[in-house]
Design a protein around this ligand. Sequence first.
Ligand code: GTP
Length: 355
Amino acid sequence: MEAILLVGGQGTRLRPLTISTPKPLLPTAGVPLLEHQLVRARDAGVTRIVFATSYRAEMFSEAFGDGGRLGLDIVYVTEDEPLGTAGAIRNASTALECDADSPVLVLNGDILSGHDIPAQVAAHEKGEAAVTLHLTLVDDARRYGSVPTSPDGRVMDFVEKSPNPPTNQVNAGCYVFRRSVIGSIPAGRVVSAEYETFPQLLAAGEPVCGYVEAAYWLDVGTPAAFVRGVNDLVLGTLPSPVVEVDGSGVLLLENASVASTARVDGGTSVGAGARIGAEATVESSVLFDDAVIEQDARVVRSVVGRGARICSGAVLEDCVIGDGVTVRSGNQLLNGARVWPNTELPPTAIRFSAE
Ligand code: GTP
């Protein structure tokens, strides 16, 4: 089976991490975020994947090449201007090789999901659907596209980000399209799958189906979600074929070092060459390669960028620290504070909070 992977977004909600690296390539428990889904797609029978790229397109081919390393055949189609989700699917379809009736898997590049892809494809074929969406269940559907279905699995409506969602079944960002249906999406202009393509298919009476499965699912759109996704991979809450979990609750990458008196836990990932000093605490956090946490520093639910230095006694809670930043002693950064790359916060006794 062939697949299209949507990876052209700018990832604005994850800045400054996405200034130098697109969201799908952010280091996530030792590999680029999208690698977890790529390998799951391969294990589900996908052999060839078209990457729909736009923002920093060249970084994807540098990371994955022709896909041989992962046992996949990967090709790249780059938009001159971002075409939106359905516009990107249409544009990438020029590189598909399958026939008009074949199922094509379409994946958002920023999702972590444990759902059963072959079961979704089987539901698509059984329903002879134009498109079949994976629908997951969330407690509060207001931030998502809510998708009610009939008892036989047919989608009845698409209600995007409503204050009164009709159901807690939401669009999980993984679709199976009949190839010919992709051909009906207008070419060469911005088209949204969520706001345009899916509602139009429904209005035209096309069979649009929902495959409901409440397996592990996370939209890695915000810093908090990114941190949670890494923690869940390291803790084994979301098993990934490319992460080896040893039960310690910590992932140490190549040449990472942790002082024996430091406390590191909660699904923390310590990047290659990163160092954690004596008496430091690092809890449920993500340290990119070569980050340094000095002695007595405290880092909780935060991301520390490549080569950044958190000096002795500094405190970070729920923060994003860009690449190459130095946070000097005395700083306390709390509640979603973000520090842009290559800046230096001088020694201080000031608490800075985003709220
Ligand atoms: P935010 O800017 O933080 O909303 O993130 P985003 O740019 O990734 O947007 P969003 O989370 O809505 O995108 C969902 C998926 O579609 C992601 O995998 C994006 O990379 C991808 N995507 C969004 N817009 C485009 C586009 O115009 N072209 C392509 N090729 N992919 C897109």
